[in-house]
Design a protein around this ligand. Structure first.
Ligand code: NAD
Length: 411
């Protein structure tokens, strides 16, 4: 499940936390256990359930690998609109900026869904991405062998799927100027603009080449250069930067063709990089491969470093799932794997990250399944144990730090 590969410069920070080895702080005279400062944003719907599960996994990992976590809980999204009238307060954004990393559940829900409202839950996400300079969203997509029966794709198509989608996160349509609909019925019009600067393209392209270099050395740049001027700029800059990475093979793909290839031949991809809107859509499409939205983690990162690694925001790719909120039904794995990404990239604790990913793999190998992962085949279902959010987290926590019985691809 370590599908994301290396990160530029992250190894340089890896030792600084002093928490890379189990038992690093054991014994008299040992260095003080490092304390990492993390912000938790449970958010709305199932967010609090899955963040609580990931906090437990991080606490178990800290006990095993010799570090502490000082949590600051921040209210954001719909909960913040109800409590404070805004999606996130300035002082809470400042707490996020001062932390080593941020763990987020999800924001939003039907009670705040009025598209005409001037205050909306997702403004918290945009404020964090823009305000904290988190210009790249990374979504690793792999398929655990035990979950192949849960995917809608034929098993032979899932063989060897291991891709990393890099989505530009702070430019393009979502941040361009817009005009809301005006005019009388029958003559209404609205507009959105899709701006990109050379610097915005270059930084995410460079990050993607670095990531491809740390993996299988292949980068696919996705655009719509046959139609859009910003895509032609994107393609030009990506090719100019390619000259700095002769060891990485670059190919271009139009977004419509790429959408098809993700379901027809998903194993053909290594790293994909694309602009904000295309990345939003393609990464949700790719999530289907893994069997459930609840399985996949993500990291949003920028260029800023803390003492321990890159500053970043980590969250599952799913939303607040209001239909199952408060019922102990949510799959916590995407959030727990997001916590593993946090350990690796923001805290430099790659051994601890491996331990979490391995524990998730072993819990799946041992047959634990939340409802979203329940096998359709009764014969397979007979070998599985149906669990809720808390019991799935229990199964994973129990396997963190244990050494026996490692099986499957995630081990
Ligand atoms: P969703 O991801 O919340 O749910 C889609 C489907 O997947 C639902 O059937 C849900 O029950 C299921 N699902 C999601 N997460 C699951 C999990 N962990 N375990 C099991 N099943 C899970 O998407 P949606 O329904 O389109 O959106 C609901 C709300 O979430 C909306 O208000 C939307 O704006 C918000 N949202 C927030 C984020 C975010 O915070 N980053 C992302 C997407 C959507």
């Amino acid at each position: 499940m370590t599908a994301e590969g290396g990160l530029p410069g992250s190894t340089g920070a890896a030792g600084t936390g002093g928490a890379d080895a189990p038992g690093a702080a054991a014994g008299p005279g040992a260095a003080a256990r490092p304390t990492y400062r993390l912000v938790a944003i449970p958010g709305d719907g199932v967010g609090p359930d899955v963040v609580a599960a990931a906090k437990r996994a991080l606490a178990a990992t800290g006990a095993c690998f010799g570090f502490e976590i000082a949590w600051t809980d921040v209210v954001a999204g719909g909960a913040a609109i109800d409590a404070h009238g805004v999606a996130i307060r300035d002082e809470d954004l400042a707490a996020c900026a001062a932390s080593d990393a941020i763990l987020l559940g999800a924001v939003g829900g039907p009670q705040w869904d009025d598209p005409k409202a001037t205050v909306r839950p997702e403004q918290a996400l945009f404020a964090m991405r823009g305000g904290l300079g988190l210009f790249a969203n990374l979504r690793p997509v792999s398929v655990h062998p035990a979950l192949v029966p849960a995917s809608p794709l034929r098993p032979e198509l899932l063989e060897g799927v291991d891709m990393l989608i890099v989505r530009e996160l702070t430019g393009g349509l979502y941040f361009g100027s817009r005009t809301e609909a005006t005019g009388a019925p029958g003559a209404r019009a609205a507009s959105d603009t899709l701006p990109y600067s050379e610097a915005e393209v270059a930084r995410v392209a460079r990050l993607s080449f670095e990531l491809a270099r740390g993996r299988r050395g292949r980068l696919t740049s996705v655009d719509k250069a046959n139609v859009l001027a910003t895509s032609r700029l994107w393609r030009t800059i990506v090719h100019e930067i390619a000259a700095e990475y002769p060891d990485v093979t670059l190919d271009d793909r139009l977004v419509d063709a790429c959408a098809m290839q993700i379901v027809r031949a998903p194993a053909s991809f290594d790293v994909l990089v694309t602009e904000n809107l295309f990345g939003d859509i393609l990464s949700d499409e790719a999530s289907v491969l893994a069997g459930s939205l609840g399985m996949l983690p993500s990291a949003s990162i920028g260029a800023r470093r803390t003492t321990h690694g890159l500053h970043g925001l980590y969250e599952p790719i799913h939303g607040s799932a209001p239909d199952i909120a408060g019922q102990d039904l949510a799959n916590p794995v995407g959030t727990i794997l997001s916590a593993a990404m946090l350990l690796r990239w923001s805290l430099g604790c790659s051994d601890a990250a491996d331990a979490v990913e391995s524990a998730v793999g072993r819990a799946l190998d041992d047959g634990f399944r939340t409802a979203d992962l329940w096998p359709r085949d009764p014969a397979v279902a007979e070998t599985c144990t149906r669990v809720g959010t808390t019991a799935m987290a229990d199964a994973i926590v129990a396997r963190i730090g244990s050494t026996g019985g490692i099986t499957g691809a995630a081990a």
